[in-house]
Design a protein around this ligand. Structure first.
Ligand code: ADP
Ligand code: MG
Length: 728
């Protein structure tokens, strides 16, 4: 039997190990197992910071045995009056890190272990961290002692003779050294797996062969060899990922789409009544989009622009171009609040151009339908009918638009607002509702650093709106210490002043409150402030006499819509809300925002939030209230937000502080499991170079027929990304 990466593990390993690998870690093939990389490498004498252990955590620590003490232990009886049981042997072993922090290991009736757990020996110890009489301990841990030195022939465990010991993500049934053993066995069987990287690329960049790289990542000879192995494996991840995106882009460019000529009675009428001039950016991006909609191939474009930069207007003008020529446009919003708001503002901007079929409406008028999950059955029927008969040229909705039963007469254009909330799968599901591939425009207000754009949105062209419409005054942002009574009084007075001047304010809290108080009682820290409590306090105190409204995600859709309408109409002075207002909510008369417990929010989130104020002619003010002490990293984040309104600078900063998985996001589940070593932040050079290599490869050989190994990986990843939805 030849053993390759596809070979099932059950053909090469024992049943117990195979079951544990499969059930605990989802590893079923040789390739799966070899792709289970160590997350760190332990070294003799290395210090695991025992002080950082958390109770309840499953850990594998590297530590040195200090002492082993045999004790006798009388187990307690079940009831208090019952006598204790037979005395048992208890072996207590104290291990310590180099910083002198210690951890106790306990073993019952295994005092023979004292023979091997002698003072001075280093080992890996794995178990769940528990606490007993104020001390941290591992009860009956699994362990593996390290060879006393690399050349020590008496080492009990020869596998650990090297200086860098792989430590794997493990399970209770399968400690890291058992995984290491399984990998060792498998590495010995798979001599040289076919290399998916093109040979010419490998030579040119002096990358290790695949087999060598796998060997070195699991059993590195040296730090240098490990570095070379990681580099090579990262290159593979980057090249496969970029090849998927480049190929998808190339294929999409080959699809045919309905062409919608620029201009027409409807867009012309709309432009003629616009109350303001377009910004240069809007004009330029608008022309770019208009030209693409007029082409025979589908547009796939990402439109980035800070909050308030006027993306929605750009999208609306594009939608009108499509509608003018008989097509339909769908606008997909991430929340009901946003869908309803888009609907409201688009209907308002269109005026009688949205009253198609009604008496007195201009002949070029269309209708704008709103479809959300909360529509009544009757509303839904009406809307579905308008959509099906092309009475509604523009259809706005949440993911309810994706469900079966929503049939478009002729969907030609899909606009996705705030893409980061949607998966590629959802985007594709909507596109699958069109007869031909529709044109797609994705809008996002979150500035996206280049490498992220290249990976997460790597199959899209990108445009940016870099300026805000004229007449906007930048938002002033200040950090306010929560514990300083004078500052807090001043904060609420500022809100009162804005309201007195006829304007409106937001108060944002991290939590809804009420039943979501969860485990907050368990900690001695104050739970985050909750809107339901804060609104009562403000009503009774600092903001008494003002008209306050409450908005959060647990309200039903009608109530949310009612509150938003009242606030938009100026019937409420202050909206006390959670982050439901984060994305896209637009009330130009709102000029002040107070964010409570501001350190609970991410940098980009705060930037998005404050984008809700200062959208009109009056200057905006954002007060970030926090208990975070000067000098802490939380406080530094807030100071950063206060110091700049450059969304890109903040996005980069945000990215540095987030975990890689969060960056790729749920939108990219397939990518996440594929990208194990590559960092979007630190490996920008590899990603950019891989992009260029992938483009050259696919230009020359679109089906990658000459690189079957690479083609197979590309197909796998493409399938994981859910591209089949589009085709099926
Ligand atoms: P975004 O979606 O990028 O956050 P919007 O399209 O919602 O921004 O625009 C924000 C506000 O600015 C809206 O009230 C819109 O009518 C207005 N607006 C858009 N473009 C311009 C412009 N060129 N001049 C003045 N106001 C504009
Ligand atoms: Mg918007």
């Amino acid at each position: 039997m030849t053993i390759g990466l596809d070979t099932r593990l059950r053909e090469v390993l024992g049943k117990k190990t195979v079951d544990a690998l499969s059930e605990g870690l989802g590893l079923d093939t040789v390739g799966d197992l070899l792709g289970h990389y160590p997350f760190r490498y332990a070294q003799r004498g290395e210090q695991t910071d025992l002080g950082a252990l958390q109770i309840g955590e499953d850990v594998t620590v590297t530590a040195q045995v200090r002492a082993a003490v045999k004790k006798s232990f009388v187990p307690k009886g079940r009831g208090s009056r019952q006598p204790g049981g037979k005395p048992r042997d208890l072996l207590e072993v104290v291990v310590a890190d180099e910083g002198g922090r210690s951890l106790t290991l306990t073993f019952f009736n295994q005092s023979w272990r004292a023979k091997e757990l002698v003072a001075g020996r280093w080992g890996l110890f794995a178990g769940k961290v528990a606490q007993f009489r104020g001390r941290l301990q591992l009860n009956s841990p699994q362990y593996q002692l390290l060879a006393e030195d690399a050349a020590d022939p008496s080492s009990a465990i020869e596998e650990f003779a090297g200086s860098l010991i792989p430590v794997y993500p493990a399970t209770a049934e399968l400690p890291t050294w058992n995984i290491a053993k399984a990998i060792h066995t498998v590495l010995g069987l798979v001599k040289s797996p076919p290399d998916p990287l093109p040979a010419s690329l490998r030579d040119r960049l002096s990358l290790l062969g695949y087999g060598t790289a796998l060997h070195q990542i699991h059993r590195p000879d040296s730090h240098e060899a490990l570095g070379a192995a990681k580099k090579r494996l990262k290159w593979q991840e980057a090249l496969v990922m970029q090849a998927v995106l480049v190929r998808r882009k190339a294929e999409a460019a080959g699809d045919s789409a309905t062409a919608y000529a620029p201009g027409g009675a409807l867009p012309d009428a709309f432009d003629a009544r616009l109350p303001f001039a377009l910004t240069d950016g809007q004009r330029q991006v608008g022309a770019e989009i208009a030209a693409e909609l007029a082409g025979e191939h589908p547009m796939h474009r990402l439109l980035q622009g800070d909050v308030g930069s006027g993306k929605t207007l750009v999208a609306l003008r594009a939608m009108l171009q499509v509608v003018a020529h008989g097509g339909q446009a769908a606008l997909l919003a991430p929340t009901e609040v946003l869908a309803a708001q888009h609907h409201r503002s688009i209907v308002e901007m269109l005026g009688d151009l949205a009253q198609g079929g009604e008496l007195g409406a201009p002949p070029e008028a269309t209708r704008v339908a709103l479809l959300t999950g909360s529509a009544t059955a009757a509303q839904r029927r009406t809307v579905l009918d308008e959509v099906k008969t092309n009475t509604a040229g523009i259809v706005i909705g949440t993911h309810a638009l994706l469900y079966d039963g929503v049939d478009f007469a002729d969907l030609g254009f899909v606009v996705v607002d705030e893409q980061h909330r949607f998966g590629v799968e959802q985007r594709d599901a909507l596109r699958a509702k069109a007869n031909r591939t529709p044109h797609t425009l994705v809008m996002t207000a979150t500035p996206i650093p280049r490498t992220v754009a290249m990976t997460v949105y790597g199959d899209l062209e990108t445009s940016r709106l870099t300026e805000l419409p004229a007449g906007r005054t930048p938002i002033a942002t200040h950090v306010v210490p929560y514990t300083d009574q004078r500052w807090m009084t001043r904060t609420w007075n500022r809100v009162r002043e804005e309201v007195a001047a006829g304007r409106q304010a937001y108060v944002v809290c991290p939590r809804v409150g009420g039943e979501d108080a969860e485990d907050s009682g368990a900690s001695d820290k104050r739970p985050p402030l909750a809107v339901v409590d804060v609104i009562e306090q403000l009503r009774a105190g600092a903001l008494s006499g003002l008209r306050l409204g409450l908005l959060h995600g647990r309200l039903d859709a009608d109530e949310k819509d009612r509150v938003m309408r009242a606030y938009s109409a100026g019937d409420l002075d202050v909206l006390v809300a959670t982050t439901v207002i984060e994305v896209g909510v637009n009330v130009p008369n709102a000029t002040a925002m107070v964010v409570l417990d501001a350190e609970r929010f991410g940098i980009s989130q705060l930037h998005q939030l404050r984008g809700r104020v200062g959208r009109g002619a009056h200057p905006g003010l954002c007060l970030l209230v926090s208990e975070a002490a000067e000098g802490t990293s939380s406080r530094e984040r807030l100071d950063a937000v206060a110091s700049t309104t450059d969304g890109f600078a903040l996005a980069e900063l945000d990215l540095e502080q987030r975990r890689e998985g969060d960056v790729l996001g749920a939108a990219q589940s397939g990518m996440k499991s594929h990208v194990k070593l590559l960092s979007l932040l630190k490996d920008a050079d590899i990603i950019e170079a891989a992009r260029a290599e992938a483009t050259a490869l696919i230009d020359a050989d679109p089906k990658l027929a000459g690189e079957p190994g690479l083609a197979a990986l590309v197909d796998d990843l493409a399938a994981d990304r859910g591209e089949f939805l589009e085709k099926g």
